[in-house]
Each structure stands twice: as structure tokens, then as C-alpha cells.
Design a protein around this ligand. Structure first.
Ligand SMILES: Nc1nc2c(ncn2[C@@H]2O[C@H](COP(=O)(O)OP(=O)(O)O)[C@@H](O)[C@H]2O)c(=O)[nH]1
Ligand SMILES: [Mg+2]
Length: 391
């Protein structure tokens, strides 16, 4: 992750944008209040839709202004390793302790430049994969009102392949705040992107196509889509959406990230208290069987957590059969479930892409040993892959 130097940092420029931000925050608060005070029914639906669209737009403007008055525009987040996991949790739940227990936090991380960005990286090695674990302590303190560094921290979370919510065993209810903070910033947890496509056209207004029963009025949908700047478009909706989900489908700056919940400090409770914790998890829609109980300090449960991270990320190991060197079982190529031979080639780099002729696969995805396949063949965990190239 590299932070590039900000643009104009003169105090005057800062003060001016600060005023603009305050104006926007007031506008946002007003719209939020109006939404809250308007009862939801068929006759107000379209109005609420427009308000929510406006709200989405204002919030985006605010985010943009904040990132240009804070850390400067265009700081790049560079990915390291095979996948990135963001560790989010309130202060003192044990994020730093966990990062230190799970990763060699001071190796392979020297290249980072975190200047104003409070992100602590560590590399977790598991099943031959290098998984970058990011401790992002600023989420709650900084981001609450969407101020300064909080936005930068959020932009780091946005690039993650998985979010691990770290809760203390005594403070399960913090989950809602964390979830909400991410939601308010366009990060959708454990959701698939809405099945909505918008194809702009030259004329004839908005036409809506749907294969499912739409609960929203067509008029509402049309006015929301117009509110987002489309005058003429063919819109296809493949699921029953509410207003928020429709807006998510229209905006292209939402990210959809899977998550898992780790419950820390499990060493501090005894068996009798466990049902209470499980009950609290259920109250927050977390399946107790899917939460991972750990003690970062006593290093308990960490294997289960590593395994859960691997599963939730959907990582697979590909053993490369290299000409003259045999199969490399030590350092597998790490890909995601659903990846194909083509993705293997591009991750291998070099000129595999251009010189590719065909591949041979043995293992779980192959019909038989040494099956000849093309670039579109979908690989599976523990396949053996040989790529045959032209000279
Ligand atoms: N009993 C117990 N204490 C823990 C555990 N993990 C962290 N702590 C303690 O909780 C405090 C806060 O931990 P820290 O890692 O700094 O939390 P952070 O603010 O989320 O980074 C420290 O005193 C840790 O020693 C655990 O699993 N069990
Ligand atoms: Mg810490």
C-alpha cells in the first residue's frame, strides 16, 4: 500500500473545503431526517426513492471532498500476497494481539509506507498462500462522521477480499456498529451484487424488463433511475429489490465483500457462559456454529480461524508441473475458486499468456489424468497443471 503525497495542503485550501463539507453534512442530515419522518407506503414510495437517491449522491460528494481535503487525491492501495483480509473491530478487542499471533508481522512488510494511514499489515502463511492481514484500528474512531483518516481506512477495507469482524466475547453487540459503519460507506457485507443492468440508449426514455415480481412501482423505479442521471436506458432487473438495493444496483461504487466473525478472549469465559454468548450472536444474526471462538493471547483456536479464512476466501492450490523440474508441491500457485487456466497464466506472468498453446490437468477438475484443456478450463483445489507453450 502506497500513499502518494497529497495535493494542495495550504491551510486556506483546507479551511475552504472544510466549510463545503459542513454544508454537505447538513444537507445529508436534512435528507436523512425527511426520510425518517416520511411514512413508507405506496403513495410516498417514489418520493422516498428520490430522497434516497439524492442522499446517495450527496454522500458520495462528501466522500470525494473528504478524501481530497484529507489524505490527498489518488493514494493507491497496492495489493500484496495472494489475498487481502481486513481485520475490523473496536479498540481493545485484540486486533494487534491477533495480528502478531497469526502473522510474521515484521517480515515481508518492509515495503509499506503508511504515513497518515493507520493500517498495520502482516503476512499470514497458510497452505502455501501468502494472505495479507490488515489491522485497521481507525475504523470506528476515525470514520464515525466520515472524517479524515477514517475515509482512508475505509478505502483500504474496500480493497479487501474478506472482512474478519473481531469481537470480544463480552461485547458481541459491537457487531452492529461495525456493520453499519461499513454499510454507510458503500461496503456490502455477505451480499451478492444486485442483478440489475442498465444499458443507456439514445432515446425513448426508460424501459424496465424484469423476470421477477417487482414489489416497487414501475413509476418509483423509473424516477429513481432518472434521479441518478439516466434519461434513456434499457433496465433489466433480475431480483425483487427494495429502494436501497435498487440504488446499490445503479451506483457502481459499491463493493461486495464476504465476512466471518471471530470471537476473541474466549479464555475469559467458562462453559456455563457459552450459551449466553451464543444467544447474543443469534440476536445479531450470526450463526454461533459459524463464529470462530479464539484466544489471540493464549493462541487458541487460531488453526480454525486460518482454515475459516481460507474457506471464506475461496482459495485453491494449483501445483505446477514445470518442464524438467517435476511437480512443485512446495509452493503452489494460489488462485480463487472459479478461476481458469487463463487466470493461472496471467498470475504466472511472463509471456505465458501470449505463448499459450494448451494445458494438461490432473486432479479434481480433470476428467482423467493429463487431460488436455484450453484457457477456459475451470481449475480446482490441488490440481496439477502443466502449461504447454510455443517456443
Ligand atoms: N484474556 C485475553 N486478553 C486478550 C486477548 N487478546 C487480547 N487481549 C488483551 O486485550 C488488550 C487489548 O489488545 P490489543 O491487541 O491491543 O487490542 P486492539 O486495540 O484491538 O489492537 C491487551 O491487554 C491484550 O493483552 C485474549 O484472547 N484473551
Ligand atoms: Mg491495536
Amino acid at each position: 500500500m502506497v500513499m502518494e503525497a497529497g495535493a494542495d495542503k495550504s491551510p486556506f485550501a483546507r479551511r475552504q473545503s472544510y466549510t463545503e463539507i459542513m454544508g454537505l453534512e447538513e444537507e445529508i442530515a436534512e435528507i436523512e431526517q425527511e426520510i425518517q419522518e416520511t411514512p413508507y407506503n405506496k403513495s410516498t414510495e417514489a418520493h422516498i426513492g428520490r430522497l434516497k437517491s439524492k442522499l446517495a449522491e450527496k454522500k458520495e460528494e462528501l466522500t470525494k471532498q473528504q478524501s481530497s481535503s484529507g489524505g490527498g487525491p489518488g493514494y493507491a492501495v497496492e495489493k500484496h500476497g495472494d489475498a487481502t483480509v481486513a481485520l475490523v473491530g473496536f479498540p481493545s478487542v485484540g486486533k494487534s494481539t491477533l495480528l502478531n499471533a497469526m502473522t510474521n508481522a515484521d517480515s515481508e512488510t518492509g515495503a509499506y509506507e503508511f504515513t497518515t494511514l493507520d493500517v498495520f499489515p502482516g503476512m499470514l502463511k497458510f497452505r502455501g498462500a501468502n494472505i495479507q492481514l490488515l489491522d485497521v484500528p481507525g475504523l470506528i474512531e476515525g470514520a464515525a462522521g466520515g472524517r479524515g483518516d477514517g475515509q482512508e481506512v475505509l478505502s483500504v477495507v474496500r480493497t479487501a477480499d474478506l472482512v474478519v469482524f473481531l469481537l470480544s466475547v463480552f461485547e458481541i453487540d459491537q457487531y452492529d456498529r461495525l456493520h453499519e459503519e461499513l454499510y454507510r460507506n458503500g461496503i456490502r457485507i455477505d451480499q451478492e451484487p444486485p442483478r440489475i443492468s442498465i444499458r443507456p440508449k439514445a432515446k425513448d426514455g426508460i424501459s424496465i424488463n424484469s423476470s421477477v415480481d417487482l414489489e416497487l412501482d414501475e413509476g418509483t423505479i423509473t424516477s429513481i433511475i432518472r434521479e441518478h442521471g439516466h434519461a434513456n436506458a434499457d433496465v433489466t432487473i433480475g431480483e425483487t429489490v427494495d429502494i436501497d438495493r435498487l440504488i446499490d444496483g445503479i451506483r457502481d461504487n459499491r463493493v461486495y465483500i464476504p465476512s466471518l466473525v471471530a470471537v476473541n478472549k474466549a479464555d475469559l469465559i467458562d462453559r456455563n457462559y457459552l450459551p449466553t454468548v451464543n444467544e447474543q450472536l443469534r440476536e445479531h444474526d450470526i450463526d454461533p456454529d459459524e463464529a470462530i471462538f479464539i484466544s489471540a493471547e493464549k493462541e487458541k483456536g487460531l488453526d480454525s480461524l486460518r482454515e475459516a479464512i481460507w474457506e471464506e476466501l475461496g482459495l485453491i492450490r494449483i501445483y505446477m508441473d514445470k518442464p524438467g523440474r517435476g511437480v512443485d508441491y512446495e509452493e503452489p500457485l494460489i488462485l480463487f475458486e472459479g478461476d481458469t487456466v487463463e487466470e493461472a497464466c496471467s498470475k504466472l506472468g511472463g509471456s505465458f499468456d501470449e505463448r499459450f498453446r494448451f494445458a494438461r490437468v490432473s486432479g479434481p477438475s480433470a476428467k482423467h489424468d493429463e487431460q488436455q484443456v484450453g484457457p477456459g478450463h475451470e481449475l480446482a483445489d490441488e490440481d496439477v497443471l502443466r502449461i504447454v507453450t510455443s517456443k
